[in-house]
Design a protein around this ligand. Structure first.
Ligand code: NDP
Ligand code: F7E
Length: 329
């Protein structure tokens, strides 16, 4: 099996190109001269639809596929919508993999997730820990869909000899993130809540859970670079971790966000909300062994993301409010 080279002539289908990861990857590919991108939003092609996905693939005949489309969200989404999450993700994965397999697409990268590791994994988590223990209940349906996706990628690789690979990104953040109050991941959700508290002069901000869980945060531009490294240089059956190898408690993340935003109030921890996994930090030696390393330190990444948030979301909303329009959430 020889993985085809990624060239500027490659037709690269990025599924999920409007999302956090997909948009950063498209930016990275275009910056390197890859203009031959095959893209469709979910309203153009619903990837849960097996027949529509097959037609889309047949029409465009991609050489490379990156599956960055998924139904995801933060801990509250995975707790409250497990049935939608397992069904949509399994269907998206099966449609995309079957369509790519029918065309014998030679190169495919599937983005799984670090949340598929067992809850009590030894830290930092090595790739060999996949399926070695019970899952974290708050993300179980999402994790099982991702594990099934990785199994399908590996099975196609074995049966058909195609150079398909899987990666497991850690918690991502950056420009283009979802800042919705309930469906977002922690960094974007807290950034918005702390920003709004600073604007309104609130004395305290609510933080979900106990603040003790530890997470690892990777800027999405580093993720995009990691995807390119894997497409260029990795062709093994084992899935690869994408992270920073450094973690931080949620309480300390809240403090770092407050320092960036200039918020001087206090935090109230809501222990009624789920904590999720007690700790998740990845062993990234497989990826650093290929020459990739994370470049954006968390404090700098948070500052850049906050700047993006102000420019894209907060300032237009403030201008609307000044003009007397209703503020939209
Ligand atoms: N964000 C994170 O912290 C992490 C993400 N991941 C994984 O990385 C990948 C990318 O995540 P992220 O960028 O955050 O996700 P986003 O939620 O930002 O974007 C997901 C994209 O998937 C597309 N999509 C969803 N459902 C469908 C559908 N039925 N048909 C077609 N397209 C669909 C959406 O397209 P549209 O906009 O057109 O509706 C959207 O742009 C996912 O596989 C995710 O599981 C893994 C670890 C951490
Ligand atoms: C990568 C992985 O990420 C997800 O798992 P998670 O890391 O547990 O998700 P999270 O980012 O939503 O929360 C991290 C921690 O932070 C706490 N927390 C505090 N305050 C807020 C808050 O305001 N919002 C959120 N969302 N969490 C908060 C929260 O209680 C938890 O302890 C998977 O769902 C799945 O989507 C996935 O792939």
């Amino acid at each position: 099996m020889h993985a085809p080279r990624l060239t500027t002539a490659s037709r690269i289908l990025v599924a999920g190109h409007r999302g956090l990861a997909g948009s950063a990857l498209c930016g990275r590919l275009r910056a390197a001269g890859h203009e031959n991108l095959v893209l469709a939003s979910s309203s153009e092609v619903d990837l849960r639809d097996h027949a529509a996905t097959a037609r889309f693939f047949a029409e465009h005949s991609p050489d490379v596929v990156v599956l960055a489309a998924a139904r995801g969200g933060g801990i509250l989404t995975t707790v409250t919508q497990p049935a939608d999450i397992i069904s949509d993700n399994l269907r998206i994965q099966v449609s995309v993999f079957d369509a790519a397999r029918a065309l014998r697409v030679p190169r495919l990268l599937f983005l799984a997730s670090s949340c598929l590791y067992p809850r009590e994994s030894r830290q930092p988590i090595r790739e060999t820990s996949v399926m070695t223990g019970a899952l974290e209940p708050t993300t179980e349906s999402y994790a099982i869909a991702k594990i099934a996706g990785m199994a399908q990628v590996r099975a196609v690789r074995e049966q058909d000899g195609l150079a398909w690979i899987s990666a497991m990104p850690t918690n991502l953040y950056g420009p283009g993130d979802n800042f919705h109050p309930t469906s977002s991941h922690v960094l974007a959700g807290l950034m918005r809540r702390i920003h709004e508290a600073a604007q309104s002069g609130a004395d305290s901000v609510q933080v979900w859970g106990t603040g003790t869980p530890r997470r690892e945060f990777l800027h999405v531009d580093d993720l995009a670079e990691a995807c390119v490294t894997l497409l260029q240089d990795y062709d093994e059956p084992a899935p690869v971790n994408i992270g920073t190898g450094r973690d931080i408690s949620i309480a300390d993340l809240a403090k770092m966000l407050a320092e960036t935003i200039g918020y001087t109030g206090s935090f109230e921890f809501d222990a009624e909300m789920p904590d999720g996994a007690p700790r998740r930090v990845l062993d990234i030696r497989t990826l650093t062994g290929l020459g990739w390393e994370p470049r954006i330190r968390l404090r700098a990444g948070i500052a850049a993301t906050y700047q993006w948030y102000l420019e894209s979301t907060a300032l237009p909303r403030q201008r609307e409010a000044v003009r007397g329009h209703e503020m939209v959430g």
